[in-house]
Design a protein around this ligand. Structure first.
Ligand code: GAR
Length: 196
């Protein structure tokens, strides 16, 4: 059983899907929620499920390595970034090399990089007149959205889709795939039928 930490800073719809997907799994369990906004709704989601939370600020994250002790205390073996927008510092990238993935709401390498998050991504995709978009799950390295890609899924964009329509399609893909991709990465040998 692997203890999974989810880092999230906003609504946390992906964090919720991941927590619920693994709640009865033989593979992993969400044992920590790390958040950089003290009033983020994702914290309530975690508390309702009895998942310990750790709120961090910039000094804590970038000027100390205290988070490593917290991760060790909870015996965290894998990290999922689900709407966490801060660049991951080198000490954490190294400690969780190939054991930390991020989800991005577009088909990287397009529409990625600093400042490309949430609705900004969908607005840029719409403005460019793209006919398809999707999601990317990638390992985390020391640069925004640049680690090795482990999974992508696509959806088509109709000419009259608004950026909000695109966001809905992309979010559906995220909810469908992110927990399953995590399961495959964390427990590559687990038979699909053995999990709840
Ligand atoms: C997700 O769409 C995720 O792909 C995106 O933030 C959203 C969080 O939604 N991440 C990025 O844009 C990272 N560059 P949620 O809080 O509902 O899970």
């Amino acid at each position: 059983m692997t203890n999974l930490a989810v880092f999230a800073s906003g609504t946390g719809s992906n964090a919720r899907r991941i927590a619920d997907f693994f709640a009865h799994s033989d593979c992993a369990r969400v044992r920590l929620l790390v958040c950089n906004k003290p009033d983020a709704p994702v914290l309530d989601m975690a508390r309702e499920r009895g998942i310990p939370t750790q709120v961090i600020d910039r000094a804590y994250f970038y000027e100390s390595e205290q988070l490593l002790s917290v991760l060790a205390e909870h015996d965290i073996g894998f990290i999922a970034l689900a709407g966490f927008l801060w660049l991951i510092p080198p000490y954490l990238v190294q400690a969780y090399w190939r054991r930390m993935v991020n989800i991005h709401p577009a088909l990287l390498p397009a529409y990625g990089g600093k400042g490309m998050y949430g609705m900004r991504v969908h607005e840029a995709v719409k403005a460019a007149g793209e006919r398809e978009t999707g999601i990317t799950i990638h390992y985390v390295n020391e640069r925004y959205d640049e680690g090795d890609i482990v999974f992508q899924a696509r959806c088509s964009i109709a000419p009259d889709d608004t950026s909000a329509d695109i966001a809905r399609k992309v979010q559906a893909l995220e909810h469908e795939h992110f927990p399953r991709v995590l399961e495959r990465l964390i427990c590559p040998t687990l038979d699909d039928n053995t999990t709840a």
